[in-house]
Design a protein around this ligand. Structure first.
Ligand code: GCU
Length: 836
């Protein structure tokens, strides 16, 4: 401990792998005055080791020791009257052991009271888990060196504060970027649940109260007797942290798994089957939270097979769960494949079309779980209009912490500003204030149930999500599920202090880059409401705008040579804008009142259409992509400025991501601007697009053992052409004479890092090696790798300060490996301040 304190005081901290997330309880110096504020003993008013109150006591003890080096005893039965103690318990426990409680406002379910005045700290909850919430609140203050005297009660905005994991039974995770599952392996629940316990601790600290542990694309084998027993072991681990478990179900299970000849939700044998299975689960897990159902969606079976409604489907589970107090989270993500040649076809219309007429037909324990936007977790979407169309049905909002369409944790993206834009949107139902957050919390339409859920997808990686900085999203998600009005920057700064310590420079730099990260990503991925222009048919990671159109998935842009955007007006388009209440509908219906950032979501316009900003659509595209990529370059330099202030392990890990993002943001930028430049034929007024004075194309170099390769999509290679070695065991060289003026340059090399091989590249200047690297991104970056030369595998590496003389010979030697033929796209020699 003393060594750690010493290191901390020097600003150098021991290497950390991220496992403790924001609950590291890093040592802080403690003056005499600080010592006098620390409690001398802990009273946790429950002696049962598996109770959240007991856990609160242990957590306090560990926290005090780890942060301030003090050893503090815990007792359970007596209410110490000593002036310096921390007492944690439910109101009821407190009254019984310590006597009357004065001056505390009424607490709602899961609410707690925290009072740190006069060295007599009391953390009292309406129930056991809320005691733990309050304890983590107090520990968060201690870990930030905050000894202010506070006394307040806080209550959650809604009862549902869940997370979803899309874990498969084989241990893989759909859209997971932090390694394999902590829950499953080889078709069963894992034996060692250590990581599950650590996850429980993190979730409880931000007041999440339930976790659905398996993929919405569910596998019925979770329901074998062995796996139900496994589920019970998982529930036992979560329970002391006040967290319930839930499971995703496959609608066809009675037939595919249970051996019935039907899965008709109104068939008696099916009803019986589900109620039996449900009883079996509750025998093992008496406090199971409930079920999550993806039915009639993306090929998943559902009630429509038997001409039953989605409400029939949801109510089937509701009836089975009702005797046990469980709830059904029924997903509104239901849509069909569509034909783009129909001008009025629109996937965005689907949820309201399917669910509006069912309003009021769901049982009381059904909650319709609605993605924040009408399509699918895009970088910008309007709020889902379904929130304005279910007045007699409980709802929950579905968010994604896992950055599926948003950089897959290989790009920084702090999500709360995006989420809060949706929460705060006023739907004006019946011309009255109707903020989305007041709808899903149940307040606006007087619903008892409601709340939030987020697809998190942590894995066994010690960083949990695949990147240290991405954990701010999980932390903030929990806080927003409790209080959606919490401030994006304030939450972020708490998280930074808890994760990286109290240094102001660190605080400012990470705040700045995180707050800039969503606008930057939107700028270089997809602007003006056109969606994330990623490859929707493959990995959802890198650029591929053409993949949006000419298929049935309905994420269309309708881009042609002259115009772009979805006409979703009632007057001339798909009618989507008419799904909003009239005041909102008229804003979106009218191109004049539609905000620029959603223009192409609602309107189909010429590239030369002028935005409110005064720019044309196409010039906005060009400028935004250059701006966004420029901002991403600054993340790298800002991070580098923190080198001496962050432990090596986390510094290097994050550094690698920022190096990658700096390069990949340029891949994005160039792909998108080239694509639309090619399509529209309209020049960039700033003459950047298609103008690369500092590049040398690989295909223009002298090649030996390398040959040219036409890349698809074309815009993911500079000039559409790359080079690859002529066979899998031929070493290739590409040589060129430098024609630029002599000077010091940064050397950028664009290459492709494919899955299935780890090629090596070496760069020589006049036969002296100036750089080398290996194509092993699949080993250290989190995003889904690609087996092709495309926008996912396109990567850019940078070597700084290379002294070059005009006439020098630059040679790159590529050694292929596996299926990766050492592909190269171009090099850039960059004078200071230029990014080309
Ligand atoms: C997205 C995602 C799928 C997922 C689906 C869902 O489309 O790409 O992997 O299954 O959403 O939310 O059900």
């Amino acid at each position: 401990m003393r060594v750690l304190l010493f290191l901390a005081s020097l600003g150098l901290v021991a290497a950390e792998n991220g496992l403790d997330g924001w609950l590291r309880y890093a040592p802080l110096p403690c003056s005499q005055q600080c010592k006098s504020k620390l409690p001398a003993n802990i009273v946790a008013l429950n002696a049962t080791e598996t109770s959240p109150v007991y856990v609160a006591g242990t957590e306090l003890q560990q926290g005090l020791e780890s942060i301030y080096g003090t050893k503090t005893g815990v007792s359970h039965d007596k209410c110490k009257s000593s002036s310096s103690s921390v007492v944690v318990g439910t109101l009821e426990q407190y009254r019984k052991t310590c006597g009357a409680v004065k001056d505390i406002p009424d607490l709602e379910e899961d609410g707690f009271w925290i009072d740190t005045r006069n060295n007599r700290i009391r953390i009292l909850g309406s129930n056991e888990k809320s005691v733990l919430y309050g304890t983590f609140e107090y520990l968060s203050m201690l870990a930030q060196g905050n000894f202010s005297e506070v006394a307040y009660a806080t209550n959650p905005v809604a009862p549902i504060r869940w997370v979803n994991q899309w874990d498969n039974m084989d241990g893989s995770i759909e859209r997971g970027y932090g390694g394999p599952s902590i829950f499953f392996k080889n078709g069963a629940i894992v034996d060692d649940l250590t990581r599950v316990k650590q996850y429980a601790r993190l979730l409880a600290s931000v007041r999440v109260n339930a976790v659905v542990i398996n993929n919405v694309n569910a596998n019925a084998t979770l329901l074998t007797p062995t796996n139900i027993k496994g589920l019970a072991r998982v529930a036992d681990v979560f329970r002391p942290y006040g967290i319930q478990v839930g499971v995703s179900l496959n609608f066809a299970s009675p037939q595919t798994f249970g051996g019935l000849d039907t899965y008709d939700p109104l068939d008696a044998s099916v009803i019986n089957w589900w109620s039996n299975i449900t009883d079996q689960i509750y025998d093992e897990v008496p406090d199971m939270a409930g079920y999550l159902i993806k039915a009639s969606s993306e090929g998943q079976p559902g009630p429509e097979t038997y001409n039953r409604t989605l409400a029939d489907g949801a109510n089937l589970f509701a009836h089975a769960l009702e005797p046990h107090g469980g709830i059904v989270m029924f997903r509104a993500f239901v849509y069909n494949q569509l034909n783009e040649s129909n001008w009025d076809a629109d996937r965005a219309n689907a949820a309201v079309n399917f669910f509006k007429e069912l309003d009021g037909k769901f049982e009381e324990n059904v909650v319709v779980q609605i993605k924040y936007g009408p399509i699918d977790f895009q970088v910008r979407e309007p709020a889902s209009p379904l929130f304005a169309n279910l007045l007699n049905t409980s709802t929950a909002i579905e968010l994604q912490v896992t950055q599926e369409y948003l950089g897959q944790q290989s790009h920084l993206l702090y999500l709360p500003p995006l989420w809060k834009g949706i929460f705060d949107f006023d739907l004006r139902v019946d011309e009255k204030p109707s903020l989305v957050r007041d709808v899903y919390s149940g307040k606006r339409f007087n619903r008892k149930l409601g709340g939030s859920t987020a697809v998190v997808n942590v894995g066994t990686n010690t960083t949990w999500l695949g990147s240290h900085l991405a954990m701010s999203n999980l932390y903030a998600y929990g806080r927003l599920a409790w209080d959606p009005t919490d401030d994006s920057e304030g939450m972020l700064q708490d998280w930074i202090r808890l994760t990286f310590g109290l240094d102001k420079t660190v605080l400012n730099a990470i705040t700045k880059m995180s707050m800039e990260s969503w606008p930057a990503y939107e700028n270089y991925s997809g602007n003006l409401g056109i969606q994330t222009l990623t490859d929707i048919l493959y990995t959802h990671f890198g650029p591929n705008p053409a993949s949006q159109d000419n298929n049935g998935w309905g994420q269309w842009t309708r881009a042609d040579h002259t115009s772009i955007g979805m006409d979703r007006t009632v007057s001339n388009g798909t009618g989507f804008s008419g799904q909003y209440p009239s005041e909102v509908a008229s804003v979106y219906e009218n191109i004049e009142t539609t905000p620029d950032n959603l223009l192409l979501w609602f309107h189909h316009v010429d590239y030369t259409h002028r935005l409110h900003s005064g720019k044309t659509v196409i010039q906005h595209f060009y400028d935004a992509h250059y701006d966004g990529a420029d901002t991403a370059q600054t993340f790298l330099t800002q991070w580098e400025s923190l080198k001496s202030k962050i432990d090596k392990e986390r510094y290097e890990h994050v550094l690698r991501r920022f190096e990658y993002q700096a390069g990949h943001s340029i891949v994005w930028r160039d792909a998108i601007v080239d694509f639309y430049h090619n399509l529209s034929g309209i020049a960039d007024t700033s003459k950047r697009v298609d103008h690369h004075p500092w590049r040398i194309e690989a295909e223009s170099m002298y090649l030996d053992g390398y040959e040219t390769y036409t890349v698809s999509p074309f815009e993911t290679a500079s000039g559409a052409i790359a080079i690859v070695t002529s066979s899998n065991d031929t070493v290739g060289t590409a040589t060129t004479k430098i024609k630029f003026p002599s000077g010091t340059y940064d050397l950028a090399v664009n290459y492709y890092d494919l899955y299935g091989g780890q090629s090596q590249w070496k760069v020589y200047l006049n036969n002296k090696k100036v750089g080398e690297w290996i194509g092993n991104a699949e080993d250290y970056l989190s995003h889904t790798p690609s087996i092709y030369l495309d926008g996912h595998s396109a990567t850019r590496i940078n070597f700084r300060d290379i002294k070059v003389k005009k006439g020098d010979t630059l040679k790159i030697v590529g050694t292929p490996d596996g299926v990766e033929p050492a592909p190269l796209d171009y090099i850039s020699l960059l004078p200071k301040g230029i990014v080309d």
